[in-house]
Design a protein around this ligand. Structure first.
Ligand SMILES: [Zn+2]
Length: 115
């Protein structure tokens, strides 16, 4: 599981975080660095409609398109709500290398200089 690999890597680098934190009611942050107000949103290529890997299933295509579109809308809403509260949001896709994603997150956390 890529998210687990990412979490392990962040932990190995000395970062501590909360999982599934409800920063905003009914919207959970996958990996939350509370002191640094940094949220990592791990998005599955299918469920979150990755532009490179999402393919509409052959059965019930209209339903799926609507479903994935509403997931994407919700992702964007969550991102802007978090930003409104002063959080930074790092979006990580399932297809990304956990190492490179950890590098990106580490750079953001270092800017905020909190571990
Ligand atoms: Zn993808």
């Amino acid at each position: 599981l890529p998210e687990l690999a990412l979490r392990r890597e962040l932990h190995a680098r000395g970062f501590r975080y909360r999982l599934q934190k409800e920063v905003i009611p009914r919207r959970r942050v996958d990996i939350a660095f509370v002191n640094a107000k940094t949220a990592v949103d791990v998005r599955g290529c299918f469920w979150h409609g990755c532009s490179d890997h999402f393919a509409v299933p052959k059965s019930n295509p209209e339903w799926w398109v609507e479903k994935i579109e509403s997931n994407r809308t919700r992702d964007m809403e969550t991102e802007s709500l978090l930003k409104g509260l002063g959080w930074r949001v790092v979006v990580v896709w399932e297809h990304e290398s956990p190492m490179l994603a950890a590098d990106r997150i580490e750079a953001v956390l270092r800017e905020r200089s909190v571990r």
